[in-house]
Design a protein around this ligand. Structure first.
Ligand SMILES: *Cc1c(COP(=O)(O)O)cnc(C)c1O
Length: 435
């Protein structure tokens, strides 16, 4: 029984897709009503090729991961070499060159005292590790009762049960999953002086039970591409320090150049106690994530007491292939001046998306680094909009009330114009579609 409708963009589904139509369960997808995903067969640079030969420009870097485009030869070469030497080995009881080199490289690259790198295999798990680390930090220091978290409306930190508890209450489905996920304190980002004062009071009243505050610095991504300024972040840091609560910066989206700096917390001059990275860490080659702790946090785990060790260890943590891909990816930031490319993308996005502001139904247009957002008063029929982008030869996936692009950093200005032109064109169509 085939439940999901075929994708209207594809005339003839390849056999391998048709045969699996009932078996492959798609993410965030109502399988009964949503068309099956597009059959992709290859990708290179910024271009994805479909089974029928059509090509799409990837406007979202495959969930924000392929920052150097697909199949960058420098990463490909490193991974092939590693595949033929040591594709995998457990990190329990062993160490290997790629993990050692990558840990050292990340410690050098990360700002402040963020020096101690714990690897895992997905962003959600990296945040889980950060949360666990924060709780145990206080236990190891002999402070009892600090096991809850404060996070923000509009935040997104992953899909596992613990990370759902620190997501936006609606997006994290807090009422649907009531009882299954922990109840944390969720509040607004304190944008102005008055709310910063209120935030400080809130933190003070909960300080004895709070292990950490969790935030995506400067831009909340999957919650709607919502921006806040460095001042808000500084106020949060100040209150955390004052009331002895750790600060976790989830840089899984914002980190590694996306917003124009290597790290958002560095550009805001705010020092987190723990930072998480994933998404583009391997340049979109392999699953890898890192939880990076300050020396202060790390030191709380050093003891003669074995129970004070961090009791965590994903099977594939520090996978050599992934670490090699990440090392090669980080090298490209230096050898191919990525941050300069991001600056150029920012300029072009500002120029080419700004006209959308005048179109009926558009609430806001905002750009930071290689991220461009058109926010609408409301967006209906997302499947239709996605389909329209495919017809325009562009892979862009609107969600909530926004249409956004996060292109690979290597995108040429012509291809970027193709994306922004499609965004403007479809925004205009949505305005005229209105009754
Ligand atoms: C994507 C994302 C995560 C979750 O990462 P997964 O690899 O999908 O588990 C966590 N935090 C932020 C900020 C993200 O953007």
């Amino acid at each position: 029984m085939v439940v999901s409708p075929p994708n209207p963009a594809i005339k003839k589904m390849p056999d391998w897709q048709a045969e699996a139509a009932d078996y492959l369960w798609s993410p965030y997808t109502q399988m009964k009503t949503t068309p099956l995903g597009l059959p992709a067969v290859s990708a290179e640079g910024v271009t994805i090729t479909l089974s029928d030969g059509r090509k799409l420009i990837d406007g979202v870097s495959s969930w924000w991961a392929t920052c150097h485009g697909y199949r960058h030869p420098h990463i490909e070469k490193a991974v092939i070499e590693q595949l033929q030497t040591l594709p995998h080995i457990m990190l329990g009881g062993f160490q290997h060159e790629p993990a050692c080199r990558l840990a050292k490289k990340l410690a050098d690259l990360c700002p402040y005292n963020l020096n101690h790198v714990f690897f895992s295999d997905s962003g959600s798990v990296a945040v889980e590790v950060a949360m666990k680390m924060a709780v145990q930090y206080w236990l190891n220091k002999g402070v009892a009762g600090k096991h809850r978290f404060l996070a923000f409306k509009g935040g997104y930190h992953g899909d596992t049960l613990a990370t759902m508890s620190v997501c936006d209450p609606e997006e994290g489905m807090h009422s649907l999953f009531k009882g299954a996920i922990a109840e944390q304190i969720i509040t607004d980002i304190p944008h102005d002086k008055a709310s910063q004062l209120a935030f400080d009071t809130l933190l003070e009243s909960h300080k004895d039970e709070l292990a950490a505050v969790v935030i995506e610095p400067l831009v909340q991504g999957a919650g709607g591409m919502l921006f806040h300024d460095a001042q808000a972040l500084k106020a949060i840091r100040k209150s955390c320090t004052k009331h002895k609560v750790l600060l976790i910066a989830d840089e899984i989206m914002t980190g590694l150049g996306r917003l124009g700096h290597m790290f958002a917390c560095e550009s805001a001059r705010v020092e987190p106690d723990i930072m998480t990275l994933s998404k583009s860490l391997t340049g979109g080659t392999m699953a890898l994530a890192a939880t990076i702790a300050s020396t202060n946090v790390f030191n709380a785990f050093l003891s003669d007491d074995p129970e004070k060790a961090l009791m965590h260890g994903p099977t594939y943590m520090g996978n050599p292939l992934a670490c090699r891909a990440a090392l090669a990816s980080l090298e490209l930031f230096e050898s191919e001046s990525r941050l300069k490319q991001v600056k150029n993308i920012e300029k072009q996005l500002k120029k080419e998306l700004e006209p959308a502001r005048k179109i009926q139904g558009v609430k806001d247009v905002r750009v930071k680094g290689a991220l461009g957002v058109i926010e609408f008063n409301k967006l209906d029929n997302l499947n239709h909009i996605k389909h329209r982008f495919v017809q325009e030869g562009v892979w862009v996936r609107p969600f909530g009330k926004i249409i956004y692009t996060m292109p690979p950093f290597i995108i040429e200005s012509e291809a970027l114009s193709h994306i922004t032109a499609a965004m403007i064109k479809i925004t205009k169509e949505l305005a005229t579609d209105k009754p």
